[in-house]
Write a protein that binds this ligand. Structure first.
Ligand code: FRU
Length: 470
């Protein structure tokens, strides 16, 4: 009997301008790439239920990073080499074909979810829509000897005349690490060794997932999603983390020299991002706008999860900035409404729309930005200027998140509100909070405190349903 796709039964939380599944479940972005005039994004997807299940690769493409169209599912599990799932991976163009590298997931069949093995596989396409699995899969059939069974999420790039692949993994002392391979033809891969390893389970993690490695502004950045880092004061508060090392990859000796681990996004809903290089050489990132085990009320409605807005990465002062890509201006419906806050302590930004871009320029003093419905203050963001610190509060989770920024004269906030998400970019992406929120009302959005006087606010309504699904 063929299974039926999940059905969306209520639109109340459906997003207006973010990539989300037509129905069913979504997690990591995969294979973010540019091929034949289109940006392509794939994603971990289970179409039959709004829950994680045997992973497929869902697929959407866009000419401009703003207007997306959903394409047929690109990879379906169940083959000999991907029996129980096509896990996360990468895409790369070579000689007019788009190649996908993904992890095959296999259970031993004893109902123990941790009793599995993983290998690395290849699929390819000449039209960017239909994909064929390589007949000689797997291209890497097993991990190195000193690895455990955690061996997944390949990322492939070209440097000079060689292709490199890094894979998220765990060594046999149960420390997270990234291992590297090389190839001349994308088919035959030679193992080079670990490029970076966790120094300690609780400080740096027991497993490193979803690696990405790229150069930016004369440095290398190793971006990955470590599991197992213990909460330390106001850091590492999510179930799993996401962040980066800035360093240098020595290709000859397979060593990544690096600094300390830094978290990339400070919100509750951000994980497993990956990047691509746009045709005009910007490093662009998209992440999963959720977290494992997070509560997702949209599950009741037949779908769950979404991807973040595309963000441009910029490296400045040894710090990764994430700012919304300029193309997002295309989402604006009108020319914007400007407000100057002269004489009020509680300033309401009113709108009939739930799709908003709100830009706030505010003196460097204490203030609070918040959203509320008739019952609760849903989310608040409080700035403490003595400590240079933002404190975000999520009412539905009764949970705080924190970020400290560099002292400056002014604060600049760029806020994207969608039907059930909010992404807050502070000072051109120096600090970012990504959050979901849930209400069926149009929330009231406001800033308050006596010091909001002299701030400037500009509000744009954004298009709804610009993401076309079929
Ligand atoms: C990260 C992850 C990956 C894996 C995928 C499975 O969120 O655990 O390591 O490939 O999700 O869906």
């Amino acid at each position: 009997m063929s299974q039926k796709y999940a059905k969306v039964t209520n639109n109340r939380y459906r997003l207006g301008y973010h990539i989300m599944p037509k129905s069913g479940w979504i997690n990591d972005p995969n294979g973010f790439s540019y091929f034949d005039g289109y940006y392509h994004i794939f994603y971990q997807h289970y179409p039959f239920k709004p829950e994680w299940g045997p992973m497929h690769w869902g697929h959407a493409r866009s000419k401009d990073l703003v207007n997306w169209e959903t394409l047929p599912i690109a990879l379906t599990p169940g083959g000999l080499e991907d029996k129980d799932g096509c896990f996360s991976g990468t895409a790369i163009e070579k000689d007019g074909l788009l190649y996908l590298f993904y992890t095959g997931h296999h259970y031993y069949g004893d109902n123990n979810p941790d009793h599995f093995w993983q290998n690395q596989n290849l699929a390819y396409s000449n039209d960017g829509i239909h994909f064929k699995k390589y007949s000689e899969n797997a291209v890497i059939s097993k991990p190195p000897e000193d690895n455990t069974h955690h061996f997944r999420d390949p990322k492939v790039w070209k440097y000079q005349d060689t292709y490199y692949m890094i894979i998220g993994s765990q060594n046999n002392r149960e420390l997270g690490r990234i291992i590297m391979y090389k190839s001349k033809d994308l088919i035959n891969w030679e193992y080079l060794g670990p490029v970076s390893e966790s120094k300690d389970q609780s400080a740096e993690g027991y497993m490193w997932e979803c690696p990405d490695l790229f150069d930016l502004n004369g440095h290398h950045v190793l971006l990955f999603s470590p599991q197992g880092i213990q909460t330390k004061e106001e850091k590492y508060l999510n179930l799993f983390q996401n962040g980066y090392f800035i360093g240098n990859l020595d290709y000859q000796n397979t060593v990544f020299t690096r600094g300390e681990f830094k978290e990339l996004d400070h919100g509750h809903d951000f994980y497993a991002p990956q990047t691509m290089l746009s045709p005009d050489n910007r490093r662009i990132l998209i992440g999963w706008m959720a977290m494992w085990e997070s509560h997702m009320p949209e599950k009741k409605d037949g779908w769950s999860g979404a991807l973040t807005l595309p963000r441009e990465l910029i490296l400045k002062n040894n710090h990764l900035y994430m700012k919304p890509v300029d193309e997002l201006k295309k989402l604006r419906i009108n020319t914007g409404i400007k407000y100057e806050v002269k004489n009020t302590q509680h300033y309401i930004i009113s709108s009939d729309s739930k799709n908003l871009e709100i830009n706030i320029s505010i003196p460097y003093r204490n203030f609070t930005f918040a959203m509320k419905d008739s019952k609760d203050e849903l989310i608040s963001l409080n700035f403490n200027h003595d400590k240079n610190k933002f404190i975000l509060y999520r009412n539905d989770l009764n949970s705080y998140r924190y970020s400290t920024i560099m002292n400056s004269n002014k604060l600049k906030l760029q806020i994207y509100v969608d039907t059930s998400s909010i992404e807050i970019f502070i000072n051109d992406g120096e600090s970012v909070f990504t959050e979901r929120y849930y209400t069926e009302e149009i929330p009231e959005i406001f800033i308050k405190d006596k010091d909001v006087i002299n701030s400037e606010i500009e509000v744009f309504e954004l298009k709804n349903n610009v993401i076309t699904f079929d």
